[in-house]
Write a protein that binds this ligand. Sequence first.
Ligand code: SF4
Length: 391
Amino acid sequence: MCSCKLPVYLVLLSILFAPVKNSFENIFNEYDWNKVCEKIHLVTDADVERAIQLAGHGTPEDFLALVSPAAKNHLPEMMQMSYALTRKRFGKTIQLFIPMYLSNECNNICTYCGFSFGNKIPRVTLTDEEILNEVAVIKAMGYEHILLVTGEDQNRVGVDYLSHAIELIRPHFAHISLEVQPLDKSEYEKLIPFGLNTVLVYQETYHKENYKLYHPKGKKSNFSYRLATPERLGESGIHKIGLGVLLGLEDWRTDSFFTALHLNFLEKNFWQTKYSISFPRLRPAEGDFIAKHPMSETDLLQLICAFRIYNENVELSLSTRERALFRDKVFPLGVTSMSAGSKTDPGGYSSNKNALEQFHIDDDRTPFEIAEVVRSRGFDVVWKDWDAVLG
Ligand code: SF4
């Protein structure tokens, strides 16, 4: 029995006045989308120069300067700084990873996605045998880091399916990442012991009102639940969290400011967790969705440099959504990992099930070809996650 029993009134007082941990949503609610957007357009050259000089020590407000239209005139300096910071922290290495789509079943309607519930496409969820066939092909390419992807269907690809798939795949890979429906904290805690290392969860857009228009049906239409997912992941003790938005849905500068704000919050509250940022630009898919706010390649380059200058430790990932020439030019300037040889349909590596891809990829070179290009630029190719290599 405890010998230091406190009087009941003191216990109640300590509960009442205990510091309440702020949630990201509380911080997010202090900002107004339109005002942030206006502020970005009022940034001056002096603000940009100051943000570049703060390299690695800036605040989200400084990041805001780096993604502004004014920063476009400073792109050469940003590229130089981003290159230098990346080499200092990550050396001359590029990590390659590959996505494996386990299922294209989905109960959500996302107006921009080929897997959307309303699309009449063949639906496939891989069996154990099919998963292992995919594993064999991917292993033969040399990969040790795999990203498992599904649509959002709690019944067909819920936690039991995912834990089983991870258990099946774990012996073959050094690092397993997951990009699936947002889960509860207890569900993440269940998956981690099976060998889950990283979870990617993109907010798609931080424009709360318009988020509803893009996600009219299904669990994904709950903006707040998705927004709090990285916090649940942090609380679950996951090793790494990947953030990002779907670039092109809304103004990329404003959306990226909120991503930086989110990263800042998570790093302060879950400092032992590692973080990565991805840059998915809207690509053609099933349906007739047209990006309202298209982002150019120069914009994307600016954004990559902005994130590196803002945060020298965050991993930055560039996918096969981008064309080969662009990836070859940009990867040395801040990127730390790239997907290569990707298929975005379940079973796409080992069979041709006509299951329909989620979106069209633009860089369709083989991993071997991409690795050769990376090496020809004086970089080492890393097939595992950093931690497996450096640990
Ligand atoms: S984006 Fe994800 S949740 Fe939305 S329809 Fe596509 S697979 Fe489903």
